[in-house]
Design a binder for this molecule. Sequence first.
Ligand SMILES: NC(=O)c1ccc[n+]([C@@H]2O[C@H](COP(=O)([O-])OP(=O)(O)OC[C@H]3O[C@@H](n4cnc5c(N)ncnc54)[C@H](OP(=O)(O)O)[C@@H]3O)[C@@H](O)[C@H]2O)c1
Length: 280
Amino acid sequence: MSLAIPEVKLHDGLTLPVIGLGTYKLKGNEGVNAINNAIDTGYRLIDTAYNYENEGTVGKAIQRTAVPREELRITSKLPGRYHSYDQAIRTIQESLYRGNLDYYDLYLIHWPNPKQDIYVEAWQALIDAKKWGLIRSIGVCNFLPEHMEHLEKETGIKPSINQIELHPFFNQEQQRIWHEEKNIQTESWSPLARASEVLQNETIRSIADDHNKTISQVILRWHYQLGAISIPKSSSPERQLENISIFDFSLSDTEMGRIAELTRPNGRINDQDPATYEEF
Ligand SMILES: NC(=O)c1ccc[n+]([C@@H]2O[C@H](COP(=O)([O-])OP(=O)(O)OC[C@H]3O[C@@H](n4cnc5c(N)ncnc54)[C@H](OP(=O)(O)O)[C@@H]3O)[C@@H](O)[C@H]2O)c1
């Protein structure tokens, strides 16, 4: 069974499905099988990163599937240790080599690393790689508004998308409003908060019971109604199907409001505040 997932259009014209598959920790043959199963189920957006060391796994799944390459949307990400212009260009080429791909649909700077402070060089490399046809759309992850303003001021080009930690315990309301004003698409990483206690939350459970849905489905529907793309990771065929079976019900404003109340100032999973946290 293959489900159709609605799409959104980024400011540069690329279309993306509103749910994709996260692949952190999906590796090797098991990972290939999980990704192929997801594609068979209806997933078309696959999220990898240089640092996940599984661009090859994703590439193998792409080779194996009968779904044409142009129907897929493959994202990868530039690690913090390769922000200098020359290293960024080499890393994009290495990412393509590892994935056995001619192009990535989306390539993101993984973290801004503001103390290192050379993310503008990385951005210039992404801009050039896009001009050369190696990437169709360029964006960022974990960038605060000040970082994105800096990119636009220095290069005249703003990201198409910002992938940020977003789940019911950390709902990023201010950042989402800012994205909307700038026409930058919000994408939620760890949309299920890595299957932490959020999946036992009583408020969400009662909403789920009212709709005859699971807690995960209510959370993923909530992301969709917020206007965010979500990329839940699952290695299980049943949960992959569960996670995209969310387009046959909707949450009321009251239900959206009840979930909004669950957010906490310290709700991040690992306290990774992009203003100070750096990842290489
Ligand atoms: N840009 C960044 O800095 C950044 C940071 C973190 C993550 N990411 C990306 O975001 C993706 C998603 O985030 P994540 O992997 O951290 O966490 P997540 O998607 O919120 O949660 C994944 C966990 O939830 C479980 N799960 C999935 N669906 C479920 C369901 N319906 N019911 C119960 N459990 C379920 C999975 O187990 P099973 O596999 O056993 O189903 C897995 O343990 C990553 O894979 C990665 O691609 C990006």
